[in-house]
Design a protein around this ligand. Structure first.
Ligand code: PEP
Ligand code: MN
Length: 359
């Protein structure tokens, strides 16, 4: 379906890209919220204060959020700093309480986005309400589920809509707590250029040391903002202690980030870029033509195999191809993993085509 989106510059007119959202994982006590807010605000770069009020914890008997009173602390922090506020809602009751206490922006958490019943219940509670809603990606890398949640919220009449990329949970060993799915974020941007995408480096990284790296990557991919968990005293935080940064560290991270332009007025740069892009276009045309020729030959081989009753997959031949191509690529300055993955993809396409012939 088409989404009806109000561009972010209309609902956050004073915010210069990238939008920075910062604040503690959880609101714990009033001083923690208000003092964190004041220090964050003093950096001059943060527009929105975040704090979780109801916390979806993996195991019971952990701190599950301070509840409604925390919304009053958010309101106090807003009064003292002028920053907008945002928190996570997972039920219609959360929505109602946030509206009662004047929260400015709502977000739907990754554990809620996975469940269409929960998202629909929130959407129903939002009918007739005019408030921006940010939808985190589901914990599993399912683009349709992410999009479906945004569609449900949009169908309820919310047009001030944004997405948050917070990475995907995986059994794979990785330096990240949640593996980033940059290609899915880019796909979303390509299909819905009006939906702002905020990156959440804190939940992707899972530890404070990787936050600056992930944030820069998000900006280099032209995402629209960052949500960074920031706590006045991260070491004693009641949730996500390892990934929260102090307001001071947040300041350093934000100062070091390079915000690159997507275009430039410099004529020489524009001319050079046009020439290089033309070269790329020509090379891509050649690559596609060669791939098409390669597939035609693979098809012919498939026909031979079929007519002579030979199996499609000949492991030794395949291993030889990968080995030779990877070492050729390496000699020509290509990354080994890249060449290997590329050939695995080409090979699986050839196999698929040859299987069709056997039917
Ligand atoms: C959070 O933002 O603190 C949170 C619980 O995030 P997520 O839904 O991405 O796990
Ligand atoms: Mn958190």
């Amino acid at each position: 379906m088409e989404l009806n989106i109000t561009p972010m510059r209309e609902w956050l007119p004073d915010v210069k890209k990238p939008l920075i959202i910062a604040g503690p994982c959880s609101a714990e006590h009033e001083d923690q919220v208000v003092n964190t807010a004041k220090e964050i605000h003093a950096l001059g770069k943060v527009s929105v204060l975040r704090a979780g009020i109801w916390k979806p914890r993996t195991r019971p008997n952990c701190f599950e959020g301070i509840g409604e009173i925390g919304l009053e602390w958010l309101a106090t922090a807003k009064k003292e700093t002028g920053m907008l506020t945002t928190t996570e809602v997972a039920t219609p009751e959360h929505v109602e309480l946030c509206l009662k206490h004047g929260v400015d922006i709502l977000w739907i958490g990754a554990r809620t986005t996975v469940n269409p019943f929960s998202v629909q219940a929130i959407a129903d509670a939002l009918k007739g309400v005019d408030i921006p809603v940010l939808v985190k990606n589901p914990i599993n890398p399912d683009y349709q589920l992410w999009l479906g949640a945004m569609e449900r919220i949009n169908l309820a009449g919310i047009t001030k809509l944004g997405a948050i990329h917070r990475g995907f949970s995986s059994a794979e060993k990785s330096p990240f707590r949640n593996i980033p799915g940059w290609s899915m974020a880019i796909e979303l941007k390509r299909n819905f250029p009006n939906i702002p995408i905020i990156n959440d480096p804190s939940h992707i990284a899972g530890n404070r040391d990787l936050i600056s790296y992930v944030s820069q990557k998000a900006l280099d991919l032209d995402l629209d903002g960052l949500m960074i968990e920031t706590h006045i005293q991260p070491s004693v935080a009641l949730s996500d202690a390892a990934q929260q940064v102090t307001p001071e560290r947040l300041g350093e991270i934000l100062n070091e980030l390079k915000v690159r332009e997507t275009s430039s007025d410099n004529q020489e740069f524009t001319d050079q870029l046009a020439i290089l892009r033309k070269d790329i276009d020509e090379l891509d045309e050649e690559i596609v033509q060669k791939l098409s020729t390669r597939m035609k030959i693979a098809k012919k081989i498939g026909e031979f195999k079929r007519d002579n009753e030979v199996t499609i997959l000949q492991m030794s031949r395949w291993e030889e191809i990968v080995e030779k191509r990877v070492s050729l690529g390496k000699a020509m300055g290509l990354d080994e993993k890249f060449t290997k993955e590329l050939y695995q993809r080409i090979h699986s396409e050839s196999i698929k085509m040859q299987e069709e012939l056997m039917k």
